[in-house]
Design a protein around this ligand. Structure first.
Ligand SMILES: [Zn+2]
Ligand SMILES: [Zn+2]
Ligand SMILES: [Zn+2]
Length: 429
């Protein structure tokens, strides 16, 4: 809610005031907007010169330079709020700027994030009043001349919002021992009869220090933390905490996007995000949802103890390797099997690739066309999946269409084989 306000309110106020006071400069401003969106805002000398030049012509009411100031302010504020790479690399993030006040996350996870969310709320809410004071100080715009209802509402909102946050988040919280803070209210729900929210916080703090804690980036602005018993979503203005025994996870949507200008390791240019809904099993838990990259889904699935349901509509797009593996297994199943005597079957060991299943393939030269292929003398050491993955990993990642007709070398003795030379083991009589 606050996020969309931060983004929309100044832009809206600037827009309405601008329409009312100065329509003739619209074209010039649109040109500047183009310039802003095309160029790197911070390093653009041209824009900076324009900005400086416009400041010198300030004249006590809304004018061209006030519009330029507004656009620059909104653009910079957006980049700050959305944590653009430039701001992050310059250290202009809340975590970095207020690190002394926030303390260390590892020392007290819950307290750190209570402070962090409060500071986020306060600093972002101050961007509105900062804009108005900037207009007044640099552009001499009489911001308290409340001529339109929208402007009045914006001015009132800008100055009361930080005040409300200070009163609520800081004073109430400090004097009432955290009671009333959204996070302590949530923690209290998970406390046993003789426990306080501090006891629950202590449990979470201890678990967060564990080596088995998993952190998964959920979009650019939130992180999911999975500990032994808890699942925590860290957003900018809030923290969602649930005990894993009181929820189930439901994957209800998977969206694939084409990523331009970047190719990931296995030749895919598709990136897939999945929507994970946290569904409560007990009425005290508030449902919420987060989106993660499908690559991280397996990690999430392996690290939580609660039930994970993938709804039928949410189809996971297979990677090139996974799709190749399907074809590889199909093809190998059609090759003649390699027969081993029944009395030696017990000597077959676990696959040395995954150590999970018994080795079930042997490389035997069966093909007739390829002159490169030679017979491999190694005993069966691999399962079909590991052999398929090995085969795929040795191919030209940029040209998956050539994989099936290419050759590979035995992982142990380096003798060349093709897909027709991979034989399933068959126990003879
Ligand atoms: Zn294996
Ligand atoms: Zn070999
Ligand atoms: Zn061959």
């Amino acid at each position: 809610m606050l996020e969309s306000l931060v983004v929309c309110a100044p832009a809206f106020a600037v827009w309405t005031t601008h329409i009312e006071l100065e329509q003739k400069n619209t074209k010039k401003i649109l040109d500047l907007v183009d310039l802003l969106s095309e160029a790197d805002l911070i390093s653009s000398d041209r824009l900076f010169n324009n900005f400086i030049a416009s400041r010198s012509s300030a004249s006590g009411s809304w004018n061209m330079s006030a519009s330029v100031f507004s656009i620059c302010y909104v653009a910079l504020a957006l980049r700050f709020v959305l944590r653009s790479k430039e701001f992050e690399s310059a250290g202009l993030t809340i975590e970095h700027l207020f690190d002394k006040l926030l303390g260390k996350e590892i020392d007290n996870f819950v307290l750190y994030h209570m402070r962090r969310t409060s500071v986020y709320q306060l600093v972002h809410s101050l961007l509105f009043s900062g804009y108005l004071l900037g207009l007044s100080y640099f552009q001499q715009v009489p911001i308290l001349e409340l001529t339109s209802i929208w402007w009045t509402a914006f001015v009132a909102f800008s100055f009361t919002l930080p005040l409300c946050i200070v009163v609520f988040s800081f004073l109430t919280w400090n004097y009432m021992d955290g009671v009333g803070h959204p996070l302590t209210t949530t923690l209290q729900k998970f406390a046993a009869a003789n426990q306080s929210w501090q006891d629950v916080a202590r449990l979470i703090n201890n678990e967060c220090m564990g080596l088995d804690t998993v952190r998964i980036q959920a979009g650019p602005l939130s992180t999911v933390v999975v500990t032994q018993n808890w699942l925590i979503e860290l957003c900018r203005y809030s923290v969602n905490v649930v005990r894993q025994d009181s929820i189930e996870l439901v994957v209800n949507r998977a969206d694939a996007y084409q990523r331009t200008g970047e190719r990931i390791a296995d030749g895919e240019v598709i990136v897939q995000f999945i929507n994970v809904e946290v569904c409560p099993l007990r009425p005290i838990v508030k449902p919420f949802a987060f989106r993660i990259n499908s690559i991280d889904f397996l990690e999430l699935q392996n690290s939580v103890h609660c039930r994970v349901t993938v709804l039928e509509g949410a189809r996971f797009r297979k990677t090139t390797t996974e799709r190749f593996l399907d074809v590889f297994i199909d093809t190998v199943n059609k090759n003649p099997p390699y027969e081993i005597p029944r009395n030696t079957a017990s000597e077959i060991e676990k696959c040395i690739g995954c150590l999970q299943v018994q080795a079930d393939v042997k490389l035997v030269k069966c093909c007739t066309q390829s002159e490169q292929c030679v017979n491999c003398m190694c005993r069966p050491l691999w399962c079909i999946e590991c052999m398929g993955k090995w085969f795929a990993s040795r191919q030209d990642q940029e040209a998956p269409e050539t994989w099936l007709s290419s050759t590979c070398t035995c992982p142990i003795c380096r003798s060349v084989f093709c897909i027709l030379d991979v034989c399933r083991l068959k126990i003879g009589n």
